[in-house]
Ligand binder design. Structure first.
Ligand code: ZN
Length: 451
Protein backbone atom coordinates (compact mmCIF):
# COMPACT_ATOMS: atom_id res chain seq x y z
CA UNK A 1 0.00 0.00 0.00
CA UNK A 2 1.20 3.50 -0.89
CA UNK A 3 0.10 6.68 0.86
CA UNK A 4 0.73 10.03 -0.83
CA UNK A 5 0.34 13.27 1.09
CA UNK A 6 -1.52 15.66 -1.21
CA UNK A 7 -2.43 18.22 1.44
CA UNK A 8 -2.63 18.94 5.14
CA UNK A 9 1.18 19.08 5.29
CA UNK A 10 2.80 22.27 6.61
CA UNK A 11 -0.70 23.72 6.92
CA UNK A 12 -4.00 22.99 8.64
CA UNK A 13 -5.86 23.16 5.33
CA UNK A 14 -6.21 21.15 2.12
CA UNK A 15 -6.23 17.70 3.84
CA UNK A 16 -5.95 14.97 1.18
CA UNK A 17 -4.32 11.56 1.50
CA UNK A 18 -4.18 9.24 -1.49
CA UNK A 19 -4.10 5.49 -0.75
CA UNK A 20 -3.23 2.95 -3.43
CA UNK A 21 -3.21 -0.83 -3.19
CA UNK A 22 -2.76 -3.21 -6.14
CA UNK A 23 -6.43 -2.94 -7.06
CA UNK A 24 -7.92 0.03 -5.23
CA UNK A 25 -7.39 3.77 -5.08
CA UNK A 26 -9.07 6.04 -2.56
CA UNK A 27 -8.70 9.52 -1.09
CA UNK A 28 -9.10 10.05 2.62
CA UNK A 29 -10.42 13.63 2.90
CA UNK A 30 -10.60 16.10 0.05
CA UNK A 31 -10.12 19.51 1.62
CA UNK A 32 -9.85 23.03 0.36
CA UNK A 33 -6.69 25.08 0.88
CA UNK A 34 -7.38 28.26 2.82
CA UNK A 35 -5.28 31.11 4.22
CA UNK A 36 -2.04 32.19 2.52
CA UNK A 37 -2.41 33.13 -1.13
CA UNK A 38 0.31 30.63 -2.19
CA UNK A 39 -1.67 27.87 -0.48
CA UNK A 40 -4.99 28.90 -2.03
CA UNK A 41 -3.29 28.83 -5.43
CA UNK A 42 -2.99 25.04 -4.99
CA UNK A 43 -6.80 24.82 -5.28
CA UNK A 44 -6.33 25.71 -8.95
CA UNK A 45 -3.70 23.01 -9.59
CA UNK A 46 -4.75 19.56 -10.86
CA UNK A 47 -4.27 16.68 -8.43
CA UNK A 48 -1.45 14.35 -9.50
CA UNK A 49 -3.76 11.37 -9.93
CA UNK A 50 -6.03 9.90 -12.58
CA UNK A 51 -9.56 10.73 -11.44
CA UNK A 52 -11.03 7.97 -13.62
CA UNK A 53 -9.21 5.34 -11.59
CA UNK A 54 -10.13 6.87 -8.20
CA UNK A 55 -12.59 4.41 -6.63
CA UNK A 56 -13.92 6.44 -3.72
CA UNK A 57 -13.41 9.19 -1.17
CA UNK A 58 -13.66 8.63 2.57
CA UNK A 59 -14.47 11.82 4.44
CA UNK A 60 -13.51 12.30 8.11
CA UNK A 61 -15.78 15.29 8.75
CA UNK A 62 -17.63 18.21 7.21
CA UNK A 63 -15.23 21.14 7.71
CA UNK A 64 -14.22 22.64 4.37
CA UNK A 65 -10.50 22.12 4.95
CA UNK A 66 -11.40 18.39 4.73
CA UNK A 67 -14.41 18.40 2.38
CA UNK A 68 -14.34 21.63 0.38
CA UNK A 69 -12.40 20.29 -2.63
CA UNK A 70 -14.95 17.54 -3.39
CA UNK A 71 -17.00 19.80 -5.74
CA UNK A 72 -13.80 20.52 -7.72
CA UNK A 73 -13.30 16.78 -8.31
CA UNK A 74 -16.99 16.44 -9.20
CA UNK A 75 -16.58 19.28 -11.72
CA UNK A 76 -13.60 17.41 -13.17
CA UNK A 77 -15.67 14.26 -13.62
CA UNK A 78 -15.30 12.22 -10.42
CA UNK A 79 -18.45 10.12 -9.87
CA UNK A 80 -17.29 7.54 -7.30
CA UNK A 81 -18.87 7.13 -3.86
CA UNK A 82 -18.05 9.38 -0.90
CA UNK A 83 -18.33 7.44 2.37
CA UNK A 84 -18.92 9.36 5.57
CA UNK A 85 -21.04 9.58 8.74
CA UNK A 86 -24.74 10.57 8.24
CA UNK A 87 -24.30 13.75 10.34
CA UNK A 88 -21.41 14.74 8.06
CA UNK A 89 -23.71 14.32 5.05
CA UNK A 90 -26.29 16.61 6.70
CA UNK A 91 -23.61 19.21 7.47
CA UNK A 92 -22.02 18.97 4.01
CA UNK A 93 -25.40 19.54 2.43
CA UNK A 94 -25.26 22.99 4.04
CA UNK A 95 -21.52 23.75 4.00
CA UNK A 96 -20.63 22.77 0.43
CA UNK A 97 -23.40 24.71 -1.37
CA UNK A 98 -22.63 27.67 0.91
CA UNK A 99 -18.96 27.43 -0.07
CA UNK A 100 -19.97 27.45 -3.75
CA UNK A 101 -22.25 30.42 -3.11
CA UNK A 102 -19.50 32.40 -1.31
CA UNK A 103 -17.08 31.72 -4.15
CA UNK A 104 -19.60 32.89 -6.74
CA UNK A 105 -20.29 36.02 -4.66
CA UNK A 106 -16.59 36.78 -4.23
CA UNK A 107 -15.91 36.33 -7.94
CA UNK A 108 -18.86 38.63 -8.77
CA UNK A 109 -17.72 41.22 -6.24
CA UNK A 110 -14.18 41.26 -7.65
CA UNK A 111 -15.59 41.43 -11.17
CA UNK A 112 -17.96 44.29 -10.32
CA UNK A 113 -15.36 46.36 -8.51
CA UNK A 114 -12.56 45.37 -10.93
CA UNK A 115 -10.20 44.57 -8.04
CA UNK A 116 -9.00 41.20 -9.30
CA UNK A 117 -5.74 40.76 -11.16
CA UNK A 118 -7.65 38.39 -13.40
CA UNK A 119 -9.68 39.77 -16.28
CA UNK A 120 -12.56 37.43 -15.50
CA UNK A 121 -12.28 35.98 -11.95
CA UNK A 122 -13.98 32.57 -11.91
CA UNK A 123 -15.25 30.78 -8.80
CA UNK A 124 -13.52 27.48 -8.06
CA UNK A 125 -17.01 25.94 -8.26
CA UNK A 126 -20.54 27.23 -7.99
CA UNK A 127 -23.45 26.38 -5.70
CA UNK A 128 -25.04 24.11 -8.30
CA UNK A 129 -21.93 21.93 -8.62
CA UNK A 130 -21.63 21.73 -4.84
CA UNK A 131 -25.26 20.60 -4.59
CA UNK A 132 -24.80 18.07 -7.39
CA UNK A 133 -21.83 16.33 -5.72
CA UNK A 134 -24.00 15.53 -2.67
CA UNK A 135 -25.62 12.73 -4.70
CA UNK A 136 -22.35 10.76 -4.37
CA UNK A 137 -22.43 10.68 -0.55
CA UNK A 138 -23.10 7.35 1.18
CA UNK A 139 -23.80 7.10 4.91
CA UNK A 140 -21.65 4.92 7.17
CA UNK A 141 -22.32 4.79 10.92
CA UNK A 142 -19.50 4.83 13.49
CA UNK A 143 -17.94 1.42 14.26
CA UNK A 144 -19.60 -0.33 11.27
CA UNK A 145 -17.08 -2.06 8.99
CA UNK A 146 -17.27 -1.39 5.25
CA UNK A 147 -15.15 -2.26 2.25
CA UNK A 148 -13.88 -0.45 -0.84
CA UNK A 149 -12.15 -2.88 -3.24
CA UNK A 150 -9.50 -4.65 -1.15
CA UNK A 151 -9.50 -2.05 1.63
CA UNK A 152 -11.44 -2.67 4.87
CA UNK A 153 -12.51 0.45 6.71
CA UNK A 154 -14.23 1.69 9.82
CA UNK A 155 -15.08 5.18 11.11
CA UNK A 156 -14.87 5.92 14.81
CA UNK A 157 -15.90 9.04 16.71
CA UNK A 158 -13.22 11.74 17.03
CA UNK A 159 -15.27 14.32 19.02
CA UNK A 160 -14.43 17.69 17.40
CA UNK A 161 -17.75 18.38 15.61
CA UNK A 162 -20.92 16.46 14.88
CA UNK A 163 -20.12 13.35 12.82
CA UNK A 164 -16.33 13.84 12.99
CA UNK A 165 -14.46 10.55 12.61
CA UNK A 166 -11.06 8.98 12.74
CA UNK A 167 -10.69 6.67 9.73
CA UNK A 168 -9.15 3.23 10.30
CA UNK A 169 -8.26 1.19 7.22
CA UNK A 170 -6.68 -2.19 6.64
CA UNK A 171 -5.09 -3.51 3.45
CA UNK A 172 -2.08 -5.62 2.45
CA UNK A 173 -1.85 -6.86 6.06
CA UNK A 174 -1.27 -3.35 7.45
CA UNK A 175 -3.58 -1.18 9.51
CA UNK A 176 -3.46 2.59 9.13
CA UNK A 177 -5.30 5.25 11.13
CA UNK A 178 -6.15 8.79 10.08
CA UNK A 179 -6.88 10.74 13.23
CA UNK A 180 -8.99 13.40 11.46
CA UNK A 181 -9.43 16.47 13.60
CA UNK A 182 -9.29 15.30 17.20
CA UNK A 183 -11.64 16.92 19.73
CA UNK A 184 -11.03 17.72 23.37
CA UNK A 185 -11.80 15.56 26.38
CA UNK A 186 -13.76 18.42 27.97
CA UNK A 187 -15.45 20.00 24.94
CA UNK A 188 -18.53 22.05 25.81
CA UNK A 189 -20.71 20.22 23.27
CA UNK A 190 -18.96 17.11 21.93
CA UNK A 191 -18.00 13.87 23.70
CA UNK A 192 -14.26 12.94 23.96
CA UNK A 193 -12.61 11.21 20.97
CA UNK A 194 -12.65 7.38 21.03
CA UNK A 195 -9.23 5.79 21.72
CA UNK A 196 -7.52 4.20 18.72
CA UNK A 197 -7.02 0.45 18.06
CA UNK A 198 -3.54 -1.06 17.39
CA UNK A 199 -2.07 0.49 14.22
CA UNK A 200 1.02 0.16 12.05
CA UNK A 201 0.83 3.79 11.01
CA UNK A 202 -1.07 6.82 12.29
CA UNK A 203 -1.50 10.11 10.43
CA UNK A 204 -2.01 12.45 13.36
CA UNK A 205 -3.24 16.03 13.32
CA UNK A 206 -1.01 18.61 15.05
CA UNK A 207 -2.98 21.88 14.94
CA UNK A 208 -2.16 22.67 18.57
CA UNK A 209 1.25 20.97 18.56
CA UNK A 210 2.95 23.99 20.10
CA UNK A 211 0.19 25.41 22.27
CA UNK A 212 -1.86 24.53 25.29
CA UNK A 213 -5.39 25.80 25.69
CA UNK A 214 -5.94 28.57 28.16
CA UNK A 215 -6.84 27.06 31.48
CA UNK A 216 -8.84 30.24 32.15
CA UNK A 217 -12.51 29.45 32.48
CA UNK A 218 -14.05 30.18 29.08
CA UNK A 219 -17.36 31.15 30.73
CA UNK A 220 -15.63 33.72 32.95
CA UNK A 221 -13.71 35.12 29.99
CA UNK A 222 -16.87 35.44 27.89
CA UNK A 223 -18.77 37.07 30.78
CA UNK A 224 -16.00 39.64 31.27
CA UNK A 225 -15.98 40.48 27.55
CA UNK A 226 -19.78 40.82 27.32
CA UNK A 227 -19.92 42.98 30.46
CA UNK A 228 -17.10 45.34 29.54
CA UNK A 229 -18.34 45.78 25.95
CA UNK A 230 -21.84 46.53 27.25
CA UNK A 231 -20.43 49.05 29.73
CA UNK A 232 -18.69 50.89 26.89
CA UNK A 233 -21.94 50.91 24.92
CA UNK A 234 -20.30 48.93 22.14
CA UNK A 235 -21.03 45.94 19.96
CA UNK A 236 -19.60 42.48 20.56
CA UNK A 237 -18.80 40.96 17.17
CA UNK A 238 -18.22 37.22 17.20
CA UNK A 239 -16.86 35.85 13.91
CA UNK A 240 -17.90 32.28 14.32
CA UNK A 241 -17.48 28.90 12.70
CA UNK A 242 -21.00 27.80 11.81
CA UNK A 243 -20.31 24.22 12.80
CA UNK A 244 -19.53 23.64 16.44
CA UNK A 245 -18.22 26.94 17.73
CA UNK A 246 -21.39 28.95 17.07
CA UNK A 247 -23.41 26.34 18.97
CA UNK A 248 -20.90 26.44 21.84
CA UNK A 249 -21.01 30.26 22.06
CA UNK A 250 -24.82 30.20 21.98
CA UNK A 251 -24.89 27.58 24.74
CA UNK A 252 -22.42 29.59 26.85
CA UNK A 253 -24.38 32.83 26.43
CA UNK A 254 -27.62 31.01 27.37
CA UNK A 255 -25.91 29.61 30.48
CA UNK A 256 -24.47 33.00 31.50
CA UNK A 257 -27.86 34.66 31.05
CA UNK A 258 -29.54 31.98 33.13
CA UNK A 259 -27.01 32.57 35.92
CA UNK A 260 -27.53 36.33 35.63
CA UNK A 261 -23.84 36.87 34.94
CA UNK A 262 -24.35 39.04 31.84
CA UNK A 263 -26.96 41.69 30.96
CA UNK A 264 -29.87 40.80 28.68
CA UNK A 265 -28.46 42.24 25.45
CA UNK A 266 -30.04 41.57 22.09
CA UNK A 267 -28.14 38.69 20.47
CA UNK A 268 -28.30 38.22 16.69
CA UNK A 269 -27.32 35.05 14.93
CA UNK A 270 -26.59 36.62 11.57
CA UNK A 271 -25.84 33.48 9.60
CA UNK A 272 -28.48 31.48 7.72
CA UNK A 273 -25.99 28.64 7.59
CA UNK A 274 -25.45 28.60 11.38
CA UNK A 275 -29.23 28.56 11.85
CA UNK A 276 -29.49 25.41 9.69
CA UNK A 277 -26.51 23.79 11.39
CA UNK A 278 -28.04 24.52 14.80
CA UNK A 279 -31.10 22.50 13.75
CA UNK A 280 -28.88 19.54 12.78
CA UNK A 281 -27.12 19.65 16.17
CA UNK A 282 -30.52 19.59 17.86
CA UNK A 283 -31.56 16.56 15.79
CA UNK A 284 -28.55 14.53 16.99
CA UNK A 285 -28.76 14.46 20.79
CA UNK A 286 -27.16 11.03 20.80
CA UNK A 287 -23.94 12.49 19.33
CA UNK A 288 -23.48 15.49 21.61
CA UNK A 289 -23.84 16.61 25.20
CA UNK A 290 -26.77 18.99 24.61
CA UNK A 291 -30.23 18.17 25.96
CA UNK A 292 -33.48 19.17 24.27
CA UNK A 293 -34.06 21.80 26.97
CA UNK A 294 -30.60 23.29 26.41
CA UNK A 295 -31.26 23.47 22.67
CA UNK A 296 -34.51 25.33 23.36
CA UNK A 297 -32.72 27.78 25.68
CA UNK A 298 -30.07 28.40 23.02
CA UNK A 299 -32.79 29.02 20.49
CA UNK A 300 -34.73 31.40 22.75
CA UNK A 301 -31.88 33.81 23.48
CA UNK A 302 -31.03 34.70 19.88
CA UNK A 303 -32.82 36.53 17.09
CA UNK A 304 -32.20 34.90 13.73
CA UNK A 305 -31.47 37.26 10.85
CA UNK A 306 -32.05 35.21 7.75
CA UNK A 307 -32.31 37.76 4.97
CA UNK A 308 -29.73 40.27 3.75
CA UNK A 309 -32.13 43.11 4.56
CA UNK A 310 -32.48 41.90 8.16
CA UNK A 311 -28.71 41.72 8.37
CA UNK A 312 -28.29 45.24 6.98
CA UNK A 313 -30.88 46.55 9.46
CA UNK A 314 -28.49 45.64 12.29
CA UNK A 315 -26.43 48.71 11.38
CA UNK A 316 -29.30 50.93 12.62
CA UNK A 317 -29.07 49.61 16.19
CA UNK A 318 -27.62 52.06 18.68
CA UNK A 319 -27.77 50.11 21.94
CA UNK A 320 -25.11 47.54 22.91
CA UNK A 321 -25.71 44.14 21.33
CA UNK A 322 -24.01 40.94 20.23
CA UNK A 323 -23.69 39.77 16.63
CA UNK A 324 -22.56 36.23 15.83
CA UNK A 325 -21.79 35.86 12.13
CA UNK A 326 -19.62 33.78 9.84
CA UNK A 327 -17.01 33.19 8.83
CA UNK A 328 -14.93 32.21 11.85
CA UNK A 329 -11.62 33.35 10.40
CA UNK A 330 -13.22 36.48 8.85
CA UNK A 331 -12.30 35.21 5.39
CA UNK A 332 -15.79 35.83 3.99
CA UNK A 333 -19.47 35.96 4.89
CA UNK A 334 -21.62 38.57 6.63
CA UNK A 335 -19.07 39.29 9.38
CA UNK A 336 -17.07 41.32 6.84
CA UNK A 337 -19.83 43.91 6.50
CA UNK A 338 -20.06 44.26 10.29
CA UNK A 339 -16.27 44.47 10.62
CA UNK A 340 -16.10 47.25 8.03
CA UNK A 341 -18.49 49.45 9.97
CA UNK A 342 -17.42 48.53 13.51
CA UNK A 343 -13.74 47.55 13.66
CA UNK A 344 -12.66 51.22 13.66
CA UNK A 345 -14.71 51.93 16.82
CA UNK A 346 -12.87 51.54 20.16
CA UNK A 347 -16.16 50.48 21.83
CA UNK A 348 -16.35 47.34 19.67
CA UNK A 349 -14.93 43.99 20.76
CA UNK A 350 -14.08 41.40 18.11
CA UNK A 351 -14.07 37.97 19.71
CA UNK A 352 -12.63 35.05 17.73
CA UNK A 353 -13.71 31.58 18.78
CA UNK A 354 -11.14 29.12 17.47
CA UNK A 355 -8.00 28.42 15.52
CA UNK A 356 -7.09 31.06 12.94
CA UNK A 357 -5.01 29.72 10.04
CA UNK A 358 -1.93 31.73 9.13
CA UNK A 359 -2.60 34.31 6.43
CA UNK A 360 -6.33 34.60 7.10
CA UNK A 361 -7.84 38.01 7.83
CA UNK A 362 -8.72 36.78 11.33
CA UNK A 363 -5.11 35.83 12.08
CA UNK A 364 -3.96 39.29 10.93
CA UNK A 365 -6.52 41.10 13.09
CA UNK A 366 -5.59 38.97 16.11
CA UNK A 367 -1.89 39.62 15.49
CA UNK A 368 -2.61 43.30 16.19
CA UNK A 369 -2.27 44.79 12.72
CA UNK A 370 -3.20 48.51 12.65
CA UNK A 371 -5.17 48.15 9.42
CA UNK A 372 -7.03 45.31 7.80
CA UNK A 373 -7.98 44.88 4.16
CA UNK A 374 -11.63 44.04 3.49
CA UNK A 375 -13.18 44.04 0.02
CA UNK A 376 -10.14 45.71 -1.48
CA UNK A 377 -9.97 48.62 1.02
CA UNK A 378 -7.93 49.17 4.18
CA UNK A 379 -9.81 49.71 7.44
CA UNK A 380 -8.16 50.95 10.68
CA UNK A 381 -8.43 48.55 13.63
CA UNK A 382 -9.42 50.37 16.84
CA UNK A 383 -11.60 47.64 18.37
CA UNK A 384 -10.53 45.42 21.26
CA UNK A 385 -9.61 42.01 19.83
CA UNK A 386 -9.84 38.80 21.85
CA UNK A 387 -9.88 35.07 21.29
CA UNK A 388 -11.88 32.58 23.31
CA UNK A 389 -9.24 29.86 23.36
CA UNK A 390 -11.20 27.66 25.69
CA UNK A 391 -13.57 27.04 22.81
CA UNK A 392 -11.26 25.37 20.32
CA UNK A 393 -12.56 22.18 18.75
CA UNK A 394 -9.07 20.62 18.73
CA UNK A 395 -7.22 18.88 21.52
CA UNK A 396 -3.92 20.59 22.45
CA UNK A 397 -0.67 18.59 22.50
CA UNK A 398 -1.24 17.37 26.05
CA UNK A 399 -4.81 16.27 25.26
CA UNK A 400 -3.58 14.40 22.19
CA UNK A 401 -0.71 12.76 24.03
CA UNK A 402 -3.16 11.49 26.65
CA UNK A 403 -5.49 10.26 23.91
CA UNK A 404 -2.62 8.30 22.31
CA UNK A 405 -1.65 6.87 25.70
CA UNK A 406 -5.23 5.72 26.31
CA UNK A 407 -5.25 4.05 22.87
CA UNK A 408 -4.10 0.51 22.05
CA UNK A 409 -1.17 1.65 19.87
CA UNK A 410 1.97 -0.47 20.25
CA UNK A 411 5.41 1.15 20.63
CA UNK A 412 6.27 0.24 17.02
CA UNK A 413 3.43 2.34 15.62
CA UNK A 414 4.81 4.92 13.22
CA UNK A 415 3.30 8.38 13.47
CA UNK A 416 3.33 10.92 10.67
CA UNK A 417 2.24 14.37 11.75
CA UNK A 418 -0.13 16.22 9.46
CA UNK A 419 -2.62 19.09 9.71
CA UNK A 420 -0.35 21.58 11.45
CA UNK A 421 1.66 24.67 10.57
CA UNK A 422 5.39 23.83 10.46
CA UNK A 423 6.31 25.12 13.93
CA UNK A 424 3.29 23.33 15.49
CA UNK A 425 4.10 19.97 13.86
CA UNK A 426 7.79 20.24 14.79
CA UNK A 427 6.95 21.03 18.42
CA UNK A 428 4.45 18.15 18.53
CA UNK A 429 7.10 15.75 17.21
CA UNK A 430 9.58 16.87 19.91
CA UNK A 431 6.92 16.50 22.59
CA UNK A 432 5.81 13.03 21.46
CA UNK A 433 9.40 11.78 21.12
CA UNK A 434 10.06 12.81 24.72
CA UNK A 435 6.82 11.50 26.20
CA UNK A 436 5.95 8.42 24.12
CA UNK A 437 7.76 5.50 22.50
CA UNK A 438 6.43 6.05 19.01
CA UNK A 439 8.55 6.81 15.98
CA UNK A 440 7.36 10.28 14.99
CA UNK A 441 8.06 12.27 11.85
CA UNK A 442 6.46 15.27 10.21
CA UNK A 443 4.89 14.46 6.83
CA UNK A 444 5.96 16.40 3.74
CA UNK A 445 3.95 17.64 0.79
CA UNK A 446 3.85 15.02 -2.02
CA UNK A 447 5.79 12.53 0.13
CA UNK A 448 4.96 8.88 -0.67
CA UNK A 449 5.00 6.29 2.12
CA UNK A 450 5.27 2.63 1.12
CA UNK A 451 3.93 0.11 3.62
ZN1 ZN B 1 -12.30 20.24 11.55
Amino acid sequence: MNITFLGGTGTVTGSKYFIETNTTKILVDCGLYQGYKWLRARNREPLPLDLKSLDAIVLSHAHLDHSGFIPVLYKQGFRGAIYTHPATISLCSILLPDSGHIQEDDANFYKKHKISKHENPEPLYDKETAEACLSLFQAVEFNKAFRIGDIDLVLQSAGHILGAASVILEADGKRVGFSGDVGRPDDIIMYPPKPLPPLDLLLLESTYGNRLHDKEDAYEQLAEIVNSTAKLGGVLLIPSFAVGRTEAVQHMLATLLKRDLIPKLPIYLDSPMAINVFNIYCQHFELNRLSKKQCQDMCNIVAFTKTVDESKALSDLIMPHIIIAGSGMATGGRILHHLKRLIGDYRTTVLFTGYLSGGTRGAKILAGKDNVKIHGKWWPVKARVEVLNGLSGHGDYEDITKWLQSSKLHPKTKIRLVHGEPEASEAMRDHLMQHTKFEVEVANYHEILRL
